[in-house]
Design a protein around this ligand. Structure first.
Ligand code: NAP
Length: 308
């Protein structure tokens, strides 16, 4: 059992952040929730809500907000802006500010929650999954084959998620031998878009690029956790498996697309265990890693945790 820590969580009421906060509080740590509305997570004797806009505060003021923490976990995610706004720019710019501030704070272990897009394609010299069209198609297919994952994204994306629901329905019809010409045309069109202009590609690429703020830099204490591709709400099973740099794949190749049917995932509750373990053990300092778990329970569950 670890000594009680004071852990800052940027984005405590978000999808990843809320699960991480619950796990840390359950282990007896003090959690400082840092975001614009950290009170949304609820109240607890060891939960301190610190209202901070990481896009607005000066870097010196951010460093001040992070001082006194043993560990800082960045679960920041940008909200889509208005027309013409760039998620790529806003994510990169905000993460740059956070990293610069972190580097001014002494004795801080910084854990960044990135994305599956920075994980490497096995057998290549560091090509990222975000840049491999085969990965993007296999990723969309795998999501659509899970009711829990589809429901999660439909709820998060609103109208933008309806094409994913339609894609799932079309894939089920195809598997059952009930696909019409129209169904097949929809599948082809959806997959063509996934290859070249997936609606989430800009964000996936932004998150993959942020790893460059860390890669090879040993001047501060960091660890970079990429959730695996099939990361979604679900059961807390209590176990997970770590892989470093490469995207983990299961089984043997079943088609020309090496990712087909082989992508792994984890529930947010199980990733939170891996994140809390890393806060306590610091076993993956200066590493880019992921953790996969058991997704056999495919029932949709709530996305966010709260204390109330
Ligand atoms: N499979 C994958 O690769 C995968 C899947 C999902 C997520 N992720 C990664 O996980 C990370 C977190 O994503 P998520 O979906 O869990 O997050 P989320 O649910 O979108 O939550 C984002 C959090 O960021 C906070 N935030 C937004 N703007 C802020 C600002 N200006 N100042 C301070 N806080 C701000 C929000 O809190 P307030 O509104 O209170 O400010 C919110 O709690 C991201 O890096 C994402 O790429 C990866």
């Amino acid at each position: 059992m670890s000594a009680p820590l004071t852990v800052g969580v940027i984005g405590p009421a978000g999808f990843t952040g809320s699960h991480v906060c619950v796990e840390l509080l359950g282990r007896g740590h003090t959690v400082v929730g840092i975001s614009r509305h950290p009170e949304k997570f609820g109240t607890h004797p060891r939960y301190v809500a610190k209202s901070v806009d990481v896009g607005q505060l000066s870097i010196a003021a951010l460093a001040e907000a992070f001082s006194g923490l043993d560990v800082l976990i960045c679960c920041y995610g940008p909200q889509p802006g208005g027309p013409g706004s760039s998620l790529y720019r806003s994510f990169i710019e905000v993460v740059r500010r956070i990293v610069l501030a972190v580097r001014q704070v002494e004795n801080l272990y910084f854990m960044f929650i990135g994305g599956a897009g920075s994980l490497h394609v096995p057998g290549t010299t560091g090509i990222c999954t975000a840049d491999d069209p085969d990965f993007l198609v296999a990723y969309r297919r795998a999501i659509a084959d899970s009711e829990a994952h589809t429901s999660y994204l439909v709820e998060r994306l609103g109208p933008m998620g309806s094409a994913l629901r339609e894609f799932r329905t079309a894939r089920v019809a195809e598997r059952q031998g009930q696909a019409t010409e129209e169904t097949r045309a929809f599948i082809d069109d959806y997959e063509e878009k996934a290859r070249s202009q997936d609606f989430a590609l800009e964000f996936i690429q932004a998150v993959r690029t942020t790893f460059m703020f860390f890669d090879g830099n040993t001047s501060f204490s960091w660890t970079f956790v990429s959730p695996p591709p099939l990361y979604r709400p679900g059961t807390r099973t209590g176990s997970y498996e770590v892989a470093v740099d490469d995207v983990p794949l299961t089984g043997q190749k079943v088609s020309d697309n090496m990712f087909e049917g082989r992508l792994t995932g984890i529930t947010a509750a199980d990733l939170a265990i891996a994140v809390a373990d890393e806060s306590e053990r610091k076993a993956h300092k200066h590493q880019h890693w992921t953790a996969s778990g058991d997704l056999s329970d495919d029932k949709p569950t709530s996305i966010f945790k709260t204390l109330d």
